[in-house]
Design a protein around this ligand. Structure first.
Ligand code: GLA
Length: 377
């Protein structure tokens, strides 16, 4: 990402002194999908790609922001209760407003920002945007909010200002990520543990189907509602506490669709634990098998895949890839693939060919580099 380009735009639009630079990353998730809002475990890592913003307080109550990638400029009054209409700028407005509600004396500011997280790829470009501004405003307006509080502000922005009832995974790892480490987060207790990620014989690579995944106004919230209905029927807070027997006991009193969705979640919570144990013993074959099982569940039971992604996972299996599955919220975006070094080049080359032949569209391989979380540059 080119900081000079950001700074040139900043100078042209706002002039004067340099602003401060902040960065927040997108993420991958090894396993543990749709478990965060069910109080379960997730296993994400921050990536090298993210959002960089140059930000400077302007002594007014106005925010002036330019998104370089979208070539889109917006101004809004931070005291206005409605905020901007453009969804994109509502992320910034939401973060500013919620930080004010949490006691940070946010004033007006000028900002220019750009990112290299592919949009709609399921790599959490929106969490990167929220966390980047959360860190910036906390620093520039002398807030004392801890990283977890900033992550919660990012999540609440999605709920209250964008309409996606997401879990905490994306914002959590954008704030807490560490280079060459994955993090296993218990989304019920908030406890987390870093796991070194540097397998000698394997690599992670994303394959972007270039089917744009979109969670705003999507069936994402419906999935969450299904889970909450089943938990309510069982008299428990979240599906984290649901055993297989408990699920069977309510099978006749819930819809077949809710049953399938809950079945996925109960299995997925177990799979994260199996993967953690396998990682401790360096057993990547088991990690890969669990990834394929997750994909099957996400595709057939949770129904958040699509033909293009199912094809990519099928190709991965055919080409001897150790593990492959759809990643993130679903409905398009990327697969995450655990590939043995010796299979890597063939896989990337072959899948590009067969995908193009099948759908007439280029897919894009994105090698995974696990990086650090949000920070001032
Ligand atoms: C999106 C949400 C996360 C999580 C994933 C699915 O990325 O923002 O909170 O629910 O989907 O695991």
């Amino acid at each position: 990402m080119n900081r000079n380009i950001i700074h040139q735009h900043f100078l042209e639009r706002f002039g004067g002194a340099e602003g401060s630079l902040y960065f927040a990353p997108g993420r991958i998730n090894l396993i543990g999908e749709h478990t965060d809002y069910n109080g379960g475990f997730v296993f994400p890592g921050a990536v090298a790609q993210g959002i960089v913003a140059e930000v400077r307080p302007n002594g007014t109550r106005w925010v002036r922001a330019y998104a370089v990638d979208l070539r889109h400029y917006c101004e809004f009054d931070i005291d206005d209760d409605q905020g901007p209409e453009s969804v994109h700028f509502r992320y910034i407005y939401g973060v500013a407003r919620l930080m004010m509600a949490n006691g940070v004396a946010v004033g007006g500011f000028d900002a220019v920002y750009a990112g290299d997280v592919p949009q709609g790829a399921g790599m959490s470009s929106s969490a990167a945007l929220e966390c980047c501004f959360a860190v910036a405003l906390n620093d520039l307006f002398h807030g004392t909010l801890a990283p977890m509080q900033l992550a919660l502000i990012g999540q609440a922005t999605e709920h209250q200002f964008v309409g996606v009832n997401c879990g905490i995974m994306d914002q959590f790892v954008s704030m807490h990520g560490r280079a060459n480490r994955l993090v296993r987060l218990d989304c019920r207790s908030g406890e987390f543990e870093y796991f070194p990620w540097s397998p000698a014989d394997y690599r992670l690579v994303l394959v972007n189907s270039c089917v744009r995944h979109e969670l705003v106004g999507s069936p994402y919230n419906d999935r969450r509602n299904s889970c909450e209905r089943v938990a309510k029927q069982l008299g428990i807070e979240t599906l984290r506490d649901c055993t297989w027997d408990m699920l069977e006991s309510v099978r006749d009193s819930i819809s077949a669709e809710d049953y399938r969705r809950a079945r996925f979640v109960v299995g997925e919570v177990e799979r994260v634990m199996k993967v953690s144990e396998a990682l401790q013993r360096g057993d990547y074959e088991t990690v890969g098998q669990q990834m394929y099982l997750t994909h099957e569940g996400l595709s057939k039971d949770y129904e958040v895949s699509c033909p293009e992604i199912d094809f990519l996972v099928g190709e991965a299996r055919r080409l001897g890839v150790t593990g492959s599955r759809i990643m993130g919220g679903g409905f398009g975006g990327c697969t995450i693939n655990l590939v043995k070094n010796e299979n890597y080049d063939t896989f990337v080359a072959q899948v590009a060919q067969t995908y193009k032949a099948q759908f007439g569209v280029e897919c894009q391989a994105i090698p995974v580099v696990i990086g650090d979380g949000a920070r001032k540059l």
